[in-house]
Ligand binder design. Sequence first.
Ligand code: IMP
Length: 184
Amino acid sequence: MRKIIFVTGNPHKVREAEEILSPLGINVEQNNCGYPELQEDELSPIAAFGAEWAANLLDNEVMVDDSGLFIEALGEFPGPYSAYVFDTLGNKRVLKLMEDEINRRAVFRCAIGYCRPGEKALVFPGDVEGEISKEMRGNAGFGYDPIFEVNGMTFGEMEDNEKNSLSHRYRALLKLAEWLKEGH
Ligand code: IMP
């Protein structure tokens, strides 16, 4: 089985990637070495830079994942600042910001950066459209899962395999797996 090093400090992302990629014949090994995160308005350059940096550091093929929640009524906030906003405001205060909003549309985006040492990174994007719930629901998952709803259920209310069959991360990782299967 092919093995890819997933550079991330987030064990939830690793579990999801394992569940998504192992049926496709790809093993995932976590490495927590970290990488510098660019300040950009989009996820792709952040993922590309991180993947190149980590591939050269570890002298191995690697992937990284940069994700973000883009809320339409808030002008796409928090977007690339999702980690900072989650750590400072958290789900309750994001819901407070959304209190009077009728438009609850949001997109969860994932950019998987993949790179081999000395090469340019490739980025595989994946998006899922959903809505911001009125209140937090469900204990599964992590991060914004309890407030991000797809087809009436929050990610926090879904079984792992349900989230992993439609999430932004699933869609991005599927593209990476298909590309690898082409013989790259
Ligand atoms: P990052 O990709 O680790 O920078 O993630 C940005 C923020 O979005 C962090 O607060 C994560 O916890 C959160 N996040 C990333 N992926 C997911 C997800 O699949 N569900 C819920 N929250 C997520």
